[in-house]
Design a protein around this ligand. Structure first.
Ligand SMILES: *Cc1c(COP(=O)(O)O)cnc(C)c1O
Length: 395
């Protein structure tokens, strides 16, 4: 997910526009900003690129999830179905809303299994948050059907899958709201930033209000704005938006190169007969930020991970042991350890997160290895990687 690999003159030029005017705030200051509206322009171009009506930029991908949950009216005591294979931010946002994260299993797409989601629906379920991990898609169409049949809100965590699509439709546009991240390791980056996208004008307005202290942005200036709701500050600065705008304009090229490089990596891993690959419901729509594969069992996955590291193959992740992306090492979640006091402790009975029912996910993630696809590899480096990967996986 290497947008930082392609920083160049374009990013510098957009930032220079902002610094020359001195207007770092995304709203107002019409006279001083000399026509530069970086956040607004980024939002319009993002919405156009994704084929969605509205986009709202914010300070991070985590903020995007917070905003989405708030705008969709998810709150105290609501159950939200989430996958265990994600970044902890997905869960933190649910907890931050005062809602209860309920884990369903992932399948061989590494995304939520629609059948498992159905099993976890209760009378308190309000939303499902599928996560399109590592650049490829969950079974999003089936998940959307489950949500519409059960009257549940669908919020896509598309933080890792900007530019990916399913049957020609951008990921992030299947749900009521899609959430994106532009943090330092994502497909495009502006240091810190995120976005929500939606076709629903009311949701969009709620989101834009919530992300800016409830301002309705209708007054002639901020002093004249109405404040229909309480909100918070999840704003992006014009500096960040300027970098993101330049990066967005490189997205198609980034994905083209990732797909080419991923094909080369796949050939290398396919030399080992014991390797099988992640299921990708629409391979054409893969944004190709990672190659993910399965070893036959946990022992093989562990020994392959070690062999790849020993062979100097960079960027291989064994998620089962990772303390950001899988619950096995989330003791803070199990103990519901927050800085203050979680609203969940007020519920009767308080939800028990100490034991999670995710055995099917364990069986899959314990066999999964992902390798980051870089943009900057030369042909010679790809050849050398091929040789080292094939040698590392030889029995
Ligand atoms: C990166 C990420 C987030 C959070 O984004 P930030 O911009 O880092 O706050 C949320 N979900 C997933 C799946 C992510 O990878």
């Amino acid at each position: 997910m290497p947008g930082f690999e392609v920083f160049g003159a374009e990013e510098r030029r957009e930032v220079a526009d902002v610094l020359e005017t001195g207007v770092l705030f995304r709203y107002g200051f019409e006279g001083a900003r000399a026509g530069h509206w970086k956040a607004r322009t980024f939002e319009q171009e993002l919405a156009d690129r994704l084929g969605v009506k509205r986009a709202h930029l914010c300070s991070s991908g985590t903020a995007a999830l917070d905003i989405a949950l708030a705008a969709c009216g998810i709150g105290a005591g609501d159950e939200v179905i989430v996958p265990p294979f994600t970044f902890i931010a997905t869960i933190e946002s649910v907890l931050g809303a005062g809602a209860i994260p309920v884990f369903a299993d992932v399948d061989l797409t590494l995304g939520l299994d629609p059948e498992s989601v159905k099993e976890r629906i209760t009378g308190r379920t309000r939303a499902v948050v599928p996560v399109h991990m590592c650049g490829s898609m969950a079974r999003i169409e089936e998940l959307a059907s489950v949500c519409s049949e059960s009257g549940l809100t669908l919020i896509e965590d598309t933080a890792q899958a900007l530019g990916a699509s399913f049957q020609g439709r951008s990921l992030g546009t299947f749900g009521d709201v899609g959430c994106f991240s532009f943090d330092p390791v994502k497909t495009i980056t502006c240091g810190e930033g995120g976005a929500i996208v939606t076709d629903d004008e009311t949701l969009y307005q709620r989101a834009a209000q919530y992300a800016d202290h409830g301002h309705d942005h209708l007054g002639a200036d901020r002093g004249a704005d109405g404040h229909p709701i309480l909100g918070t500050n999840c704003r992006i600065s014009e500096l960040g938006a300027a970098v993101g705008l330049a990066q967005l304009r490189k997205l198609d090229e980034i994905i083209r190169v990732q797909r080419r490089n991923k094909r080369r990596l796949r050939e290398a891993f396919a030399t080992c007969e014991r390797v099988s690959f992640r299921e990708i419901p629409d391979p054409e729509g893969d944004s190709a930020t990672f190659l993910s594969l399965f070893a036959p069992d946990e022992d093989a996955a562990r020994s392959w991970t070690a062999a790849l590291a020993a062979a100097g193959v960079p960027g291989c992740f064994y998620w089962y042991d990772n303390n950001w992306h899988y619950p096995r090492r989330w003791d803070h979640l199990r103990d519901l350890r927050t800085a203050g006091r979680s609203p969940l402790t007020l519920l009767d009975p308080a939800p028990d997160l100490s034991v999670l029912d995710i055995e099917r996910s364990d069986r899959i993630i314990s066999r999964t290895i992902s390798m980051l696809v870089k943009l900057s590899w030369s042909d010679a480096e790809l050849d050398s990687l091929h040789a080292r990967i094939a040698a590392a996986l030889e029995d």
